[in-house]
Design a protein around this ligand. Structure first.
Ligand code: FAD
Length: 339
């Protein structure tokens, strides 16, 4: 360990990724201030090391060991810029932020309850659930640009948000470290109950005029009943994105599979649930050693104990090939694959 910067060598990342795979970083540092971040980046540049920013490790698969510097983001703090505008440091926990907002009567992110991970990673894939995406409440973010060393503010437009997409997964992939995110929330919020599972849960509970706390509670309940808890069984949530296909392709498939669900995207394109395709292809609950497909939700790949990142990746590849063969659809991972 270097004294000045607390850099750890051959650092075990198995508890730093929710898939729970074993992987080692040749160099690792935890940063809790922007100046520490700057020093860490300079250290990596001096030694020509690759850099990987790590938050909660809930959307990452380490296929192998990482030869480079992992910078673990522990930037903390929340600041009210006005009654409804909140600037949050990137290392804050996302779900704790949601609970804080609900407690303070600030609406807008209650549908995003219980999504694991850090605030700083939320814009990377424009996190979304139950009819709401981060971009709905997003105002701006600050990021440290690795090459130039400058701190830059990005507006919503500049982030180029899309479905599980942003500029930080494309042009700026690996080039910017998000240090804070500013959200515009609402004290007089119209709750979003458009998502079927959510409206059904509210009806089941006899709640006809839900407030943000009702929404958050229901989302938590639904998620706990459907999704595996990474503390019990390693996983990264949805492993693949829901593919977008042409209406023509969809109509062909629909004639063969009348129960194929779809969500309109444009006049010419529809989104189909990757989980449905994987289930229909017979993968739900299947295993390859300790790498498996979850028994309740086929979109979630799980680590039954000692699966390596490579074994999980091999299973994912096998699933992709089978979906391509059966439906002529190419699945794309939502998870960030490292190595
Ligand atoms: C059980 C479960 C359920 C989930 N449900 C959902 C869901 O409903 N909706 C959804 O959208 N996602 C969901 N996810 C995925 C995941 O929680 C989100 O993508 C989350 O935002 C990842 O945060 P993280 O801090 O763990 O990111 P990490 O996994 O640590 O990092 C993800 C990527 O972002 C980069 N990164 C992280 N922090 C920064 C930063 N500060 N600056 C620059 N780059 C950075 C990393 O290098 C990596 O490429 C789920 C995951 C699990 C395990």
């Amino acid at each position: 360990m270097s004294t000045e910067l607390s850099i750890h060598n051959d650092f075990d990342l198995s508890t730093f990724n929710t898939m729970g795979v074993s992987s080692k970083a040749s160099h690792f540092i935890e940063i809790s201030s922007v100046s520490e971040l700057q020093k860490a980046v300079r250290f990596a540049q001096g030694k020509k090391l690759d850099i990987l920013i790590l938050g909660g490790g809930s959307n990452i698969l380490f296929k192998n060991d990482f030869d480079g510097l992992v910078i673990y983001n522990a930037l903390k703090g929340r600041d009210f810029l006005s009654d409804t505008e909140l600037k949050i440091a990137a290392g804050e926990n996302w779900h704790e932020l949601v609970l804080f907002c609900v407690e303070h009567g600030l609406g807008g992110i209650e549908n995003l309850s219980l999504i694991p991970g850090s605030v700083g990673a939320a814009p990377i894939q424009n996190i979304g659930a139950y009819g709401v995406e981060l971009e709905n409440v997003f105002l701006s973010l600050e990021a440290f640009i690795i090459d130039s060393g400058e701190l830059k503010t990005f507006t919503k437009d500049e982030c180029k948000f899309g479905y599980r997409e942003s500029i930080f997964k494309k042009e700026l992939k690996g080039k910017a470290v998000i240090t804070s995110v500013t959200l515009r929330l609402s004290k007089d919020h119209n709750v979003n109950t458009s998502y079927k599972a959510l409206s059904e849960k509210l009806a089941e509970k006899g709640i006809s005029e839900p407030d943000i706390k009702d929404i958050s509670d229901c989302v938590i309940e639904i998620r706990q009943s459907k999704l595996p808890d990474p503390k019990q069984i390693g996983n990264t949530g949805s492993f693949f994105k829901n593919p977008v296909i042409s209406v023509q392709h969809f109509n062909q498939l629909k004639s063969e599979y009348p129960d194929l669900p779809s969500y309109p995207v444009t006049e010419r394109q529809v989104k189909v649930p990757a989980g449905w395709l994987i289930d229909k292809a017979g993968w739900k609950g299947r295993k390859r050693g300790d790498a498996g497909v979850h028994t309740k939700q086929a979109l979630v790949l799980v680590n039954h104990g000692n699966a390596s990142g490579e074994e999980i990746w091999n299973l994912a590849t096998e699933i992709c090939l089978s979906i391509k063969e059966k439906f002529n659809i190419s699945l794309v991972p939502e998870v960030n694959i490292i190595g």
